[in-house]
Ligand binder design. Structure first.
Ligand code: SF4
Ligand code: SF4
Length: 136
């Protein structure tokens, strides 16, 4: 089984294309939509987690999207958090739209869920202690 995260950027003309339906039906992939920004006038963006297929199935599905004119960016980085140095100030949570970084009650300490992270890297700049980094 293969799993990857991708950002799909597509022009207004392709907004109506049922991308997730085609990936599920034609390529037998399981799709998890992590983030979507779609506007009829602008470029649309979808962040997807693609899984449940062989590497060949995943590649075939992504190639199909590229053939349609969709730009596919593979997210190969991951965020590393040096938990021991964290002072739990919460500054990074303000920029983390996926809520991968969030304050956890009752102590309100920072918690990081890598499964929600879309590797946008906004938190890397936001941390005053520079203890969040994107690495391959
Ligand atoms: S890179 Fe940082 S800000 Fe972006 S989703 Fe991941 S944890 Fe949140
Ligand atoms: S900004 Fe840095 S120090 Fe503050 S909670 Fe986030 S990781 Fe910890």
């Amino acid at each position: 089984m293969s799993k990857c995260r991708v950002i799909l950027s597509f022009p207004p003309a392709l907004i109506e294309l049922p991308v997730t339906y085609r990936l599920v039906k034609d390529f037998n992939l399981k799709i998890n939509i992590m983030r979507a920004r779609i506007s009829p006038k602008d470029e649309g963006k979808l962040v997807l987690e693609v899984e449940d297929g062989s590497p060949e199935q995943v590649e075939a599905g992504l190639r199909f999207l590229e053939d349609q004119g969709i730009r596919v960016t593979r997210l190969s980085k991951e965020i590393k958090w040096d938990q021991d140095l964290c002072v739990h100030c919460g500054a990074c949570t303000a920029v983390c739209l996926s809520q991968a970084l969030h304050m956890e009650p009752p102590e309100w300490e920072l918690d990081f869920d890598p499964n929600k992270c879309i590797v946008c890297e906004l938190c890397v700049q936001a941390c005053p202690l520079q203890i969040l980094e994107a690495s391959f």
